[in-house]
Every structure is written in C-alpha cells, then in structure tokens.
Design a protein around this ligand. Structure first.
Ligand SMILES: [Mn+2]
Length: 408
C-alpha cells in the first residue's frame, strides 16, 4: 500500500481581492492563510507518516515568486526532509518555470518535474516501486495536449501516478490554454491515480481509477467558497481510499437570506443576525445576499445600505471571526407599479435572456470586457458558477433597473 498527500493550487502569498478595511487582527490571519494552510498540510503529512507529498502546480501565486512565499515553502519542505518524506511537484500556469535566477533553492527531498513529461521511479520504505509522471509549465499557457506525451502505465512498478496541471475539456473552451485533456485520455494510460491541479473547486472526475482535482488549499475570494485543503490517498491493489482533509484556516461563504416578509429594520436585523449566529463557528468571510420586500420605506432601505449596518452584523468570538465582506440587497423596487420591458415585449425579452444563458454567446459577447483589468485578474479562471452568477445578476439588473419603464 502506498500512502501520500495530494495538494495543488496553494497560491502562496495571494493578494486578497475585494476586501475592504479589516481589523489588523483579521487582516493578519487572512494574509497568512495560504501559508497556514500549507503548514497544516505538512503537519498532516507528518502525522500520517505518508510515503510522499505531491503538489500539482500553482504553488506560488505569481511567476515572480515573492521572497516570503519562497522562504515559507522552503521551511515547510525542510520539515519534510527532516522526516525523510519526499516531495514531487510540478509547476502550473501561475508559477511556471522561467528565469530561475531569482529562485531560492529547495532541499534535496523536493523533486521538480521539468517542462517535458518525465517519469521518476521510487521505492517506498516498504519496498514498493512507484512511478510518477508529470511536467511543469515553462510558460503561462500550454496549449499542447501534453497528455499525449505521458507514457503508458509501467507494469514493472507496483503503482503509477500521474501529475497534471490542466483542464479537463468539455465544460467550456476558455481553459484550452491549460494543457487540455479528456478523462478518456487519462484513463487510457491505466495509471493508479491522477493528481490533478488547476481547477480550484475540489472534485472527483472518476473513482476507478481515482482521478481527482484536490482543489485549492485556501479560498482566495468570494467565489471560492467552502472548505479547502488536501487529499490523503491510500492505494493498494485491492482498494483505493481518498479522504479530504480540511486545512484552510479561513473560509469564504455565501449566505442567501429571504427577508421579503420583514418590513422593519429591526425584524430584518434580527433575521440576519439569527442566521449568521447559527453558522458554524470558524473563521469565515461572508458574502450576504438578502432579498427584501418592495414595500420597505426609503428610510429603512437607506439604513440597510449604510456601512454601519454591515458593521453590526460581524461576529467576533474568541475562537473565530465572522466578517461580512459584502451585503447585496435584492429589492424588486417599484416594479409592480411599472410596465416592464418583459411585459411589453415578452418574445424579444425571452429571446435576449436565452441568448445570454448560452455559454458560447456569453463568452463571445464578454470576451473583450473580461480580458481587461480588473476583470482579467479576478476572472482568469472563470468557473461555470461564476458565469451563471454574472448572467443571473445581469438579468436581475435589467429586469428591475432597465426593464421597468417609469410612467411619465
Ligand atoms: Mn491555480
């Protein structure tokens, strides 16, 4: 049996996008979160006495690796070296191998794959032979189907593991720049495990053979919600066990609350406070989306939109903080009294909405916009969920802001 940890997309020293003023205590914890998550992963590797650790790309957030990130990574690799635990890592699109003159060296237990697919062979302490195949990005985009260069399973070995930072095709074309592959191509290699990186949402593409994206180790913005960490993998010839281990010290969450029956500031506040207090007590950055009644008075509405209202919702306890990073108030406004575009031209309206719900049309129409700052930074790996969110918001905005015609 071989036992290892699979992690990816650490993005050490990520800048946090979209966070406003934070207390220094919280700001510090957030700034350190990618490092803390790495430290937790290494501790788990030691606790579980794994045979080795795999990092499937994007260890650093930028090709221009910060000194702080390099030092922190080296320190953690040193810990593994002391424990005689080997590390196999590939670089991804964020930390591609380029000029290495400004790189700090890593201890000898760390094996970095080069820019063409190579296979390394190791023997575990129990005497089992393991082959690991992978490659590192040497530029921002790798459009070549690198999967074609991976060898077939080496049957002289007990286990053969693939490391690949790339995009599984079939969902949308934006990721064609990232070493695209299909699941059937992976399966055709007959490996015992595929350790994938690039997609930040943890997911299993196949259980047999096990093919996993471990997801990133720490959420970095409001669209990377939920628990984050690494995978503990145990493979023998009779069973495969893949367990998620939570290591992220801070999580992002979105909470949608329906307050459309509450007409006073007090009852809205009580409802929000109640739902927030019921959340699990752990460091949380919360994105609140609240639906309110169209019959709220302007005075109540103004209060809801004040910064002070958000401030009243944060929740700090000794063990954890909950910080509301954004409050979105969905109000149907005065749509009931107006004639909306949707009512006036139902056919055209539905046609337009449908048009934008179509993936291809969406990317065609937004291509230019999404490739400019600041969108290009935040959306360089748009997920299907983000796309739907954008379309949803646009439809809501159009329905309520533009869709209604003021009677003059
Ligand atoms: Mn990444």
């Amino acid at each position: 049996m071989v036992k290892f940890i699979h992690a990816a997309d650490l993005h050490l020293d990520s800048p946090y996008i979209g966070l406003k003023e934070l207390s220094t205590h919280i700001a510090h914890q957030i700034k350190e979160s990618t490092f803390q998550s790495l430290e937790n992963i290494i501790q788990k590797a030691i606790d579980h006495q794994v045979d080795f650790v795999i990092f499937s790309g994007d260890i650093y957030d930028l090709e221009d690796r910060s000194i702080k990130a390099q030092i922190a990574f080296r320190q953690q690799m040193d810990r593994l070296e002391t424990e005689k635990i080997a590390v196999y890592l590939i670089h991804g699109n964020h930390d591609f191998l380029a000029n290495t003159a400004d790189h700090l060296s890593l201890p000898s237990n760390v094996n970095v794959f080069s820019s063409s697919v190579e296979t390394v062979y190791i023997e575990t302490e129990k005497g089992e032979k393991v082959a690991l195949s992978g490659f590192s990005y040497n530029k921002r985009w790798v459009t070549r189907r690198m999967i074609e260069d991976y060898p077939q399973r080496d049957n002289q070995c007990d286990y053969h593991i693939g490391l690949l930072h790339g995009y599984e095709e079939g969902q949308y074309s934006e990721h064609g720049k990232y070493a695209p592959f299909s699941l059937s191509e992976l399966k055709s290699k007959h490996y015992d495990y595929w350790a994938l990186g690039h997609i930040h949402n943890r997911q299993m593409l196949s259980s047999n053979p096990p093919v996993y994206y471990s997801g990133n180790t720490q959420g970095r913005h409001k669209n990377e919600t939920g628990d984050k960490g690494c995978l503990l993998v145990e493979i023998s010839h009779t069973k495969q066990q893949v367990d998620f281990i939570s290591t992220a010290p801070v999580i992002w969450e979105t909470l949608k609350i329906d307050a459309s029956n509450d007409l006073s500031l007090n009852s809205i506040y009580e409802k929000l406070k109640g739902e927030i207090d019921a959340l699990e007590k752990r460091n949380t950055l919360l994105n609140l989306v609240v639906s309110v009644s169209p019959h709220l008075t302007d005075k109540v509405m103004n209060k809801l939109r004040q910064e002070e209202f958000i401030d009243a919702l944060h929740n700090y306890s000794e063990s954890a903080f909950l910080y509301v990073t954004a409050l979105k108030i969905n109000s149907p406004m005065t749509v009931e009294e107006d004639i909306s575009l949707a009512q006036l031209f139902p056919e055209e309206w539905n046609k337009s909405v449908e048009h934008f719900l179509d993936k291809e049309a969406f990317y065609k129409e937004t291509k230019e916009l999404l490739s400019t700052q600041p969108f290009s930074n935040e959306l360089n790996e748009p997920t299907e969920r983000m796309r739907k969110e954008i379309v949803d918001s646009a439809v809501t905005l159009l329905t309520f802001d533009l869709g209604s015609i003021e009677g003059d």
